[in-house]
Design a protein around this ligand. Structure first.
Ligand code: CMP
Length: 136
């Protein structure tokens, strides 16, 4: 059975700053993802706080929101069969030190904060996150 899904991907400030945007997009395309929507933006800290609200009780919440709003990011809607899990597999573990060889965070991430990419963690959150950035 086919299960075409969409997921939200963010190329984070550390990767945009290092001009990795096109390289990372090519990684998605080569794995069969279609970039359905995309935009390069800089969000405010309060927008980052809304986006990461699920983490609001975590000790790293404040730094995380400061970081995501610290520079331009690229937000994309990616489409593929089982896109949510496929993107999580491609990204690898949150902490680049623990990420498997060949994953985006292993290749490009510099720390648990500067881990280069974000991806939705479930189909339900993907819908919420896509609507957050692309509300049309
Ligand atoms: P992301 O997938 O964007 O979702 C939340 C982010 O919080 C995560 O990537 C990390 O960059 C960041 N973060 C910082 N510290 C931690 C931590 N201890 N555990 C999980 N995520 C963390």
């Amino acid at each position: 059975m086919s299960n075409l899904e969409q997921t939200l991907s963010i190329i984070k400030p550390d990767a945009v700053e290092r001009n990795l945007e096109n390289e990372i997009k090519k990684e998605f395309i080569s794995k069969g993802f279609k970039i359905v929507k995309e935009k390069k933006i800089q969000i405010t800290k309060s927008e980052a706080e809304q986006f990461y609200k699920v983490h609001e009780t975590k000790p790293f919440y404040n730094d995380l929101c400061s970081y995501l709003s610290s520079g331009p990011i690229v937000v994309m809607v990616l489409e593929k069969e089982d896109a949510v899990m496929a993107n999580r597999d491609l990204m690898g573990a949150t902490d680049p030190k623990k990420a498997e060889e060949g994953t985006l965070r292993k290749k490009y991430g510099v720390s648990i904060d500067k881990n280069s990419v974000h991806g939705s963690d479930s189909v339900e959150n993907a819908k919420i996150e896509i609507n957050f950035f692309f509300d049309n």
